[in-house]
Design a protein around this ligand. Structure first.
Ligand SMILES: NC(=O)c1ccc[n+]([C@@H]2O[C@H](COP(=O)([O-])OP(=O)(O)OC[C@H]3O[C@@H](n4cnc5c(N)ncnc54)[C@H](O)[C@@H]3O)[C@@H](O)[C@H]2O)c1
Length: 251
């Protein structure tokens, strides 16, 4: 089923993990994909992997913390595909520290890698999304909804992303541009690192998953992203879709 045939997507953070799963699901659904990530080698390997599936995929190595370079992502997508239908903002880095021990610099890591690039890419892509009646998919976290210790700066960035996503959904709905948010739980390298670093917190979170398994980046999160980007979700905007096996039920 090529639900996204003819569509062109930008996926940030797509060299690995959840966003790689989204990029893979997009390619399998027929979309062309520009992957943006600061991990040059990993990104090139992902590009090769997805091209081997028959995908029209381009990788752009970029540190999203370089704000001045962000409009270049939109230029690159237009140069490669001539259109932009879908923007997925999934890249995010953060430092896990107690709020009282979080420095300004720690806090800025979350904003510079997550909030700022999401906002600037949304703003820059907007006129092109109006042309295609396209959509944006942003990412938040259950860590913010459950107020997990050491996740302060990360949660602040993610909830700010969710807030601006909802406002943009209100503002851009009349132009036919949809903006939604996914709150995932999946077996990415980032979660694997957290599991090693905080095994008790990880065990607690896994214990809350009603479906008793951790999600798959492509089959679970990617599939949900394909749905949100597809015609089937044409009447859905401003929503947070929990794709976490029932880990968090209220937000
Ligand atoms: N995996 C989960 O269970 C989970 C849970 C809640 C939220 N999320 C969210 O889903 C998204 C993906 O998470 P993940 O677990 O796959 O993360 P991950 O850490 O495994 O991968 C993140 C990717 O983003 C890239 N990235 C980070 N900072 C960047 C920068 N400044 N410039 C360019 N690329 C950068 C990394 O290189 C990496 O490829 C994130 O927004 C995360 O907050 C994931």
């Amino acid at each position: 089923m090529e639900q996204l045939k003819g569509k062109a997507a930008i996926v940030t953070g797509g060299a690995r993990g959840v966003a790689k799963g989204v990029a893979t699901a997009f390619v399998k659904a027929g979309a062309k994909v520009l992957i943006v990530d600061r991990e040059a080698e990993l990104g090139a390997a992902t590009e090769a992997e997805l091209k081997a599936l028959g995908g029209d995929v381009v990788f752009m190595a970029l540190d999203l913390a370089d704000r001045a370079a962000l409009p270049g992502i939109v230029d690159k997508a237009l140069e490669a595909f001539g259109r932009i239908d879908i923007v997925v903002n999934a890249a995010q880095a953060s430092r896990q520290k107690l709020v009282a021990e979080t420095s300004d610099e720690d806090f800025e890591v979350s904003l510079d890698t997550g909030l700022w690039p999401t906002f600037i890419l949304m703003r820059t892509a907007y006129p092109h999304l109006v042309e295609t009646k396209g959509c944006v998919i942003n990412f938040t976290t259950g860590a913010a909804m459950d107020a997990i210790p050491t996740q302060g700066s990360y949660s602040a960035a993610k909830e700010a992303i969710r807030a601006i996503s909802k406002v943009a959904a209100s503002e851009w709905g009349p132009q036919g541009v949809r903006v939604n948010i996914i709150c995932p739980f999946a077996n990415s390298p980032g979660v694997e690192a957290w599991k090693q670093w905080a095994p008790d917190d990880y065990a607690t979170q896994i214990g809350k998953v009603s479906l008793r398994r951790i999600g798959d980046c492509e089959k679970d999160i990617g599939a949900a992203a394909v749905f949100l980007a597809s015609e089937g979700a044409a009447y859905i905007t401003g929503q947070t879709l929990m794709v976490d096996g029932g880990q968090t039920k209220a937000f």
